[in-house]
Design a protein around this ligand. Sequence first.
Ligand SMILES: Cc1cc2nc3c(=O)[nH]c(=O)nc-3n(C[C@H](O)[C@H](O)[C@H](O)COP(=O)(O)O)c2cc1C
Length: 196
Amino acid sequence: MEFFETVNRRRTVREWADKQVTDEQIRAMIDAGLKAPTHDHLRNWEFVVIHTDEERTTALEYVKEWAARHSPSEVQTSASLMRKMYNYAVPRQYRMLQEAPYIIIPFFKAGGGMFQPTSVSSLNPVASIWCAVENMLLAATAQGLACAIRIPVGEEGGYVANALGAPKNYFMPCYIGVGYAAEGAQIPEQHEYTAE
Ligand SMILES: Cc1cc2nc3c(=O)[nH]c(=O)nc-3n(C[C@H](O)[C@H](O)[C@H](O)COP(=O)(O)O)c2cc1C
């Protein structure tokens, strides 16, 4: 797929077709992630790939419970498109991951300074891993796939890192559900912005 077509086609998807994704497609996404720019030249990143039911149960235990306790009405926003997006997305936070053929959970290494930032540069480890995440989303789109993202809230990231056996000082920026978009999957409307 041509680059600008890929960029224009990438959209967050939360409903999946009954169609398998291959290990090679997941590897291609991770390879693209590893090509992203990085603040420290080290790419201290790890990628946990979740595919089996057992792995899913371990990785999604927290979000399953979170989803049972939260509703879209708790999200404070007066912007109508944002409200529509939350109304659609919040009830799907568990299902969009549970039903995705694959889930990739990236991890990045960071020191304690990230949690007590003294300047924007304290957040470089987060910025770098998000460059990797965007490359992965685009690599998925280029292969005809789509992704759902969830950011861990509160103690969720630490809980999942622990459940997956992540070493100390490794943090997850998000979960990435990967699959083929279901026919008729809802794509929340967005404001259109252009350089003009
Ligand atoms: C930093 C970041 C955090 C996000 N967190 C979530 C999330 O927790 N749950 C979710 O369903 N989508 C999440 N998303 C996806 C956004 O809702 C989505 O990107 C946005 O609505 C724009 O839609 P698009 O990706 O289709 O262009 C997140 C995206 C980003 C970049």
